[in-house]
Design a protein around this ligand. Structure first.
Ligand SMILES: [Zn+2]
Length: 154
């Protein structure tokens, strides 16, 4: 819905990519777990996998781990190949006063459905359509309100 890397509103997929770099006796690992748009997913796959491919072999432990991480990244990437590309007109959604005024009449319904355990990914497009905003704006609205709640009851 909203890419956790670039913030654009587009189809996202959950991925878990790993990177390892060996430095003779030590090694460094990096893990990325996020919902990403197609552009970010591709760029993280190529960057993390090529670094692992070039730098993973240079310590004893990472030497044995490297092939598994390359296979993991490649399989996860291939599972996402059907993902729709980011539309040209896609933008980072903004949650402003106008969006809040549109969502406000539907807020009680939205909150009740979320409290009943419905998923935001399912409820957001329905509320967005009724309120005349984008699903990304509903996501941001829920995020803002829950931040305010946390501040109120720390
Ligand atoms: Zn992105």
């Amino acid at each position: 819905m909203i890419c956790q890397s670039c913030g654009v509103e587009a189809e996202t997929r959950y991925v878990s990519f790993h990177e390892i770099q060996g430095y003779l006796i030590v090694y460094r690992t990096k893990t990325l777990q996020a919902y990403l748009c197609r552009s970010c997913l591709r760029s993280y796959f190529w960057s993390m996998t090529s670094k692992t491919f070039c730098l993973g072999w240079w310590s004893t432990i990472s030497f044995f781990v490297t092939p598994f991480l390359i296979v993991n990244n490649t399989v996860r990437y291939m599972l996402c190949l059907g993902q729709a590309s980011v539309p040209d007109n896609s933008v980072r959604p903004e949650f402003d006063e106008e969006a809040w005024n549109r969502i406000k009449p539907h807020w009680n319904d939205l909150a009740a459905r979320l409290n009943d355990g419905e998923k935001l990914e399912v409820v957001a497009p329905l509320i967005a359509e009724r309120a005349g905003v984008s699903p990304g704006q509903v996501f941001l609205c829920v995020a803002c309100i829950s931040l305010m709640e946390e501040e109120r009851n720390p």
